[in-house]
Design a binder for this molecule. Structure first.
Ligand code: NAD
Length: 265
């Protein structure tokens, strides 16, 4: 465990999208260990159930729900289920993302749309869905997932570049719009994190030997791009989410926190 739990999120209620994934799963576990009730939301229900099961087994409070972040009605159901189970939502972590690692001329319109719809539209819909609940709670924190592509998008996947740069604007817009409701919004940008996103071959993020970090050449390339000398672990990023989620970050809104071992320098 990264920190000794001390109830920093006692009585809080979080919805964590992509909660069955590497980084969302780590956030769910760390938030729950700090007393937060978590709704682990993912379009892969089994993966969400596994994370929620681990949390409840450890004595924490969690439910698993199936959510495709692109669908407004599903968001309404998830907020309603979470409220019924735990009370008004105080935290939203927008992790769900997609990528297709091909360049501009190879990327299809379908791939571009999917990247934007999952990462950007999904976060927009999530924010709209949780704000009324956060108003009931009296305060809230929205944490958006950025990337190195939110800092220097480079010449790879154009959809990913556009989506992750757009998250900066979405974060600032939400921060400005909801400050009056005592709701903060922060974007957290990791560097290279060892998760299925860059290692596995998934529907939302396909990898071949050419792109996976199973390939030592790719692993080394990402490592050499990280001045602090190691890839990040999901927990490195979840610790920053935790900081931003608490009153330690009470005056931080609209900002980006990078957790990249210096990769973005
Ligand atoms: N791994 C990295 O190096 C890295 C670096 C920077 C940013 N990111 C971003 O971090 C986020 C989480 O990625 P991860 O590394 O934990 O990968 P991951 O593949 O382990 O997790 C992503 C999760 O999102 C879920 N998901 C995909 N489409 C969805 C949809 N339509 N609705 C609901 N859930 C959906 C997947 O089922 C999966 O559980 C993504 O936004 C990704 O762009 C990853």
């Amino acid at each position: 465990m990264p920190n000794t739990p001390s109830g920093r999120l006692e009585d809080k209620v979080a919805i964590i999208t992509g909660g069955g994934g590497g980084m969302g799963g780590a956030q769910a576990r760390i938030f729950a260990a700090e007393g937060c009730a978590v709704c682990v939301a993912d379009n892969r229900l089994e993966a969400a159930e596994e994370v929620a099961g681990e949390i409840t087994k450890a004595g924490g409070r969690a439910i698993a729900v199936e959510l495709d972040v692109r669908v407004t009605d599903q968001w309404a159901d998830v907020v309603s289920k979470t409220e019924t189970e735990f009370g008004p939502v105080t935290h939203l972590c927008n992790n769900a993302g997609a990528n297709f690692r091909v360049g501009f001329e190879e990327q299809t319109e379908e791939q571009f749309r999917l990247i934007m719809e999952v990462g950007l539209n999904g976060s927009f819909l999530g924010i709209k869905a949780v704000v009324p609940s956060m108003r009931k709670a009296g305060s809230g924190v929205i944490l958006n997932m950025g990337s190195l592509a939110s800092i220097r998008p480079g010449g790879g996947s154009p959809g990913y570049a556009a989506q992750k740069m757009a998250m900066v604007g979405l974060t600032r817009s939400a921060a400005h719009s909801f400050a009056k409701d005592n709701i903060r919004c922060v974007i957290i940008s990791p560097g290279h994190v060892d998760t299925p996103f860059i290692r596995g071959n998934n529907e939302h993020s396909p990898n071949s030997w050419e792109t996976s970090i199973d390939n030592p050449d790719n692993f080394e390339r990402r490592l050499n791009n990280t001045p602090l000398g190691r890839l990040q672990r999901p927990e490195d990023i979840a610790n920053a989410f935790m900081f931003a989620a608490t009153d330690d970050a009470a005056m931080i809104t609209g900002s980006m926190i990078t957790v990249d071992g210096g990769a973005g320098i």
